[in-house]
Design a protein around this ligand. Structure first.
Ligand code: IMP
Ligand code: MG
Length: 174
């Protein structure tokens, strides 16, 4: 099926927002070190841009969980595909995610990481689709709240494509 991408948030809008979140985070964590935990693969583009805008010291780690197959709907199954390299004990942990949709992935992940004894555990997401929530998740930093549409770009994919778009768009089928 032919498809095209309609721009929802331009590159300039996304970059400006990430800069603003980076400034806010730098203020909130003044005098502290932040341990950024990126949820692969989608969170990686956001994490890199965000980390560049944070002025307090940061360290990075990565994990991969799966809740989606090659489909636009949540399967409800969350499993760890790649775990973190470092312990979280006594760290100021900030999870960086591309999007919170049903909330299943993040609520599972937050509960699991809490048990590893971080000093603090917060969540930063580039996008939030509040209309889709089925599980409660406390989001500490949000880039944009968006309507219930399937989006791609800035790390987000449709069947592994479009992650490299420098903007956020909606996939439309012709
Ligand atoms: P949740 O568990 O339903 O909150 O799903 C979160 C994960 O689903 C995200 O990390 C994405 O990988 C994927 N996802 C949810 N909505 C979209 C979308 O609109 N475009 C691309 N991926 C999405
Ligand atoms: Mg994700």
């Amino acid at each position: 099926m032919a498809q095209h991408v309609r721009v929802l948030l331009t590159e300039e809008e996304v970059d400006a927002r990430i800069k603003a979140i980076g400034e806010q985070i730098s203020k909130d964590y003044a005098g502290k070190k932040i341990h950024l935990v990126c949820v692969l693969k989608g969170g990686s583009f956001f994490m890199c841009e965000l980390a560049k805008r944070i002025t307090v010291p940061v360290s990075l780690d990565f994990m991969s969980v799966s809740s989606y197959g090659n489909d636009t709907k949540s399967s409800g199954v969350v499993k760890i595909v790649k775990d973190l390299d470092e312990p979280l004990q006594d760290k100021e942990v900030l999870i960086v995610e591309d999007i919170v949709d049903s909330g299943r992935t993040l609520s599972y992940l937050m509960e699991m990481l809490k048990d590893r004894g971080p000093k603090s555990l917060r969540l930063c997401t580039l996008l939030d689709k509040p209309d889709r929530r089925v599980t409660d998740v406390k989001v500490d930093y949000t880039g944009f709240e968006i309507p219930d549409e399937f989006v791609v770009g800035y790390g987000l994919d449709y069947e592994q494509e479009y992650r490299n778009l420098p903007y956020i768009g909606v996939v439309e089928f012709d």
